[in-house]
Write a new protein. Structure first.
Ligand code: SF4
Ligand code: SF4
Ligand code: SF4
Length: 428
């Protein structure tokens, strides 16, 4: 065994079914990855599964480990594959080590047996859903071109019935990007979702699915649209839902305002979230499953060596070291950090490459949220709750002679009285 010279902890996303999926979403970049392994095994073998789990568990130098399953569609592997993975985990987990299991899925294959399994074994499920029916079905269709909304909604209800913990992963694209509040309220009010992540679709217009070229497809969210999308939802969230609904796109930047960035896209450097393909090949990141970002195969080279390799280190540092001057002088650099390198396909106004396609949207968003973010960061530093920001903002509005933001009727009144809004300032 080699000495563990890797980072204390890292995250590896496993793709046991490779790019294979039962759906055919129009903007999917995973599907194009099938061309990478035309002759490889279609599924992860038991040998690779055992090696992946053993090495991932043994490599962590902290008392917790994350086992993450991603696609394509990982549920295509069938339940027995996941049962085997639990048996292998048990073999290698030392007492006192906490394991977090995650599964990213389109939900269409989930049934009561799956849900029981997921709940019993504390999986945190990420369910892909793009909003209400018409918006979801615009791009998320199956291989026969049929709409998928009904099947995904059924999966959400089934998971709720069985007590499975799940997050909503919503891609933001040209279609739903113009309907931020419809999308957000659907998740919050119709689905009763408490954890939501919005992922901007920036789809390169090429056949390879690699991060090449400077053109995006018409399905991609437009930069100002992305900014408005985040701003409109943030305004509703900060006045109504802080502490009740968790939106990663807001909690992530809040950590930057606190001075300790936690989400990879907003951190100055990246490189601790790799992806493993079904044959054991390990790549720098799930978004860089392409030949030049292959680190090696964990059946041939110990995983810790791949994680601690110079190539992976360089990949992570490049996020910061390749920022154009335009970003280095940007007033919201501390929050944005140039976002994800995969989206840096533009040139700056003075012609330097490496500007993020979403820059215009991020500048607008981070500028807009600066004041409430500062307030929340201050509250948290004082050991208070971020949700108190709502009352503080109401006082600011009142001082400016503006009307109170309409609150949810059952929520605590933003005036801070402790009573429900409907029994206080919302009563009429
Ligand atoms: S469900 Fe996910 S992997 Fe499958 S086609 Fe849609 S985006 Fe791609
Ligand atoms: S390339 Fe993007 S998604 Fe991958 S680790 Fe870096 S910031 Fe995160
Ligand atoms: S907002 Fe634009 S200029 Fe500023 S750091 Fe982000 S990408 Fe760079």
């Amino acid at each position: 065994m080699t000495a563990n010279t890797g980072p204390p902890s890292f995250h590896l996303m496993a793709k046991p079914a490779g790019a294979d999926c039962n759906l055919n979403c129009a903007y999917c970049f995973f599907l194009k990855k099938a061309a990478l392994y035309p002759k490889g095994p279609p599924r992860m073998s038991d040998e690779v599964l055992e090696s992946y789990l053993r090495q991932t568990i043994e490599a962590q130098q902290v008392p917790f480990v994350t086992i993450a399953w991603q696609g394509g569609e990982p549920t295509l592997m069938g339940l027995d594959f996941f049962r085997r993975s639990l048996e292998i985990e048990k073999e290698y987990l030392q007492p006192g080590i906490t394991v977090e299991r995650t599964l990213q899925t389109n939900g269409t294959l989930l049934d009561p047996e799956w849900c029981e399994f997921l709940r019993e074994n504390n999986y945190l499920v990420g369910l892909s859903l793009d909003g209400p029916q018409d918006l979801h079905d615009t791009y998320r269709r199956d291989k026969a071109g049929k709409a998928t909304f009904g099947r995904v909604l059924r999966a959400a209800r089934l998971m709720q019935e069985h007590g499975v913990e799940f997050n909503i992963l919503c891609t933001v694209n040209a279609a739903n990007g113009s309907h931020p509040l419809r999308v957000y309220r659907f998740f919050r009010d119709e689905l009763n979702a408490h954890f939501i992540q919005f992922i901007p679709i920036v789809e390169r217009d090429n056949q390879s699915g690699n991060q090449e070229g400077d053109r995006v497809t018409g399905r991609s969210v437009r930069p100002p649209q992305w900014g408005r999308f985040l701003i409109e939802i943030f305004d509703e969230w900060v006045h109504r839902d802080v502490g009740e609904t968790f939106v990663l796109n807001f909690d992530g930047p809040l950590a930057n305002w606190m001075g300790s960035p936690s989400t990879c896209v907003y951190r100055p450097t990246c490189g601790q979230g790799m992806a493993i393909e079904r044959n054991g090949d390990v790549y720098c990141c799930d978004h860089y499953v392409e030949p030049s970002y292959l680190l090696g195969n964990l059946m041939e080279t110990p995983l810790v060596d791949l994680v601690a390799s110079q190539k992976q280190f360089r990949f992570g540092q490049d996020k910061r070291d390749t920022l154009p001057q335009y970003c280095l002088k940007c007033p919201v650099l501390f929050a944005c950090n140039g976002e994800c390198p995969k989206n840096r396909l533009l040139k700056t106004p003075d012609g330097e490459p490496g500007l993020n396609y979403l820059c215009e949207g991020y500048k607008a968003f981070f500028g807009h949220v600066n004041e409430p973010m500062q307030m929340m960061a201050q509250l948290l530093r004082q050991g208070r709750e971020a949700r108190e920001v709502t009352a503080l903002l109401e006082r600011v509005r009142a001082a400016k002679g503006q009307q109170a933001f309409p609150a949810r009727r059952n929520a605590p009144c933003p005036c801070g009285s402790g009573r429900k809004y409907k029994h206080c300032h919302g009563g009429n």
